[in-house]
Design a protein around this ligand. Structure first.
Ligand code: SF4
Length: 185
């Protein structure tokens, strides 16, 4: 597998990371999970309560919703790689701040370069701002296609936000349904 060793070394480095203060309260670093050779990568915001406890991304109710939606288009976690902008949980699930994103995002960029997905789905505003390089809010930019080098980036809603907004859930489902077509392009 290409870059497996590099990805493993990066994981070991991140597990020791103290680049920002979020290391102080973490139970576990949430590096990322899934198929390191995936053509589809999903990038969320930061670990929540259950992710911090288990050290895995998207394991709470938002994760279950994501699994369901991926299943509807014929995928499961073995077909994708899932990571977050931040690898440690912000207190009380507050938004990541600029300093934390600056310090942590080199890890995400390294993951992307080792995994080399064809498509990156950014879930929510923070990963969209970072990877699609747009300040347009997710309600306006979701479902649009950005080309960055050889990568396709499609922003969509964060599943956690959709748990309480059925109208956004419908849009998230429609956006994710584009993935098979983007893959076959
Ligand atoms: S959030 Fe990122 S930069 Fe901050 S301590 Fe965790 S791994 Fe390091």
């Amino acid at each position: 597998m290409p870059f497996m060793r590099e990805l493993d070394l990066l994981r070991q480095e991140v597990e020791q990371c103290k680049r920002c203060d979020l290391y102080k309260a973490r139970t576990n670093v949430v590096f990322g999970d899934g198929n390191p050779e995936a053509k589809i990568m999903l990038v969320g915001e930061a670990p929540g309560y259950y992710e911090d406890k288990k050290g895995l991304p998207f394991v709470g109710s938002a994760g279950k919703l994501l699994d369901t939606l991926l299943g509807e288009i014929g995928f499961d976690r073995r077909d994708v790689y899932i990571a977050n902008v931040l690898k440690c949980r912000p207190p009380n699930n507050r938004d990541p701040n600029i300093d934390e994103i600056e310090r942590c995002s080199p890890y995400l960029f390294a993951q992307i370069s080792y995994i080399s997905p064809k498509i990156i789905i950014t879930l929510g505003n923070h990963s969209t701002r970072l990877l699609a390089e747009t300040d347009t809010g997710i309600t306006k930019v979701h479902g649009k296609i950005f080309k960055k080098g050889d990568k396709i980036i499609m922003p969509t809603f964060h599943p956690a936000a959709c748990l309480y907004h059925p109208e956004w859930l419908k849009l998230l489902r429609e956006d994710l349904a584009k993935i098979p077509f983007l893959l076959s392009d």
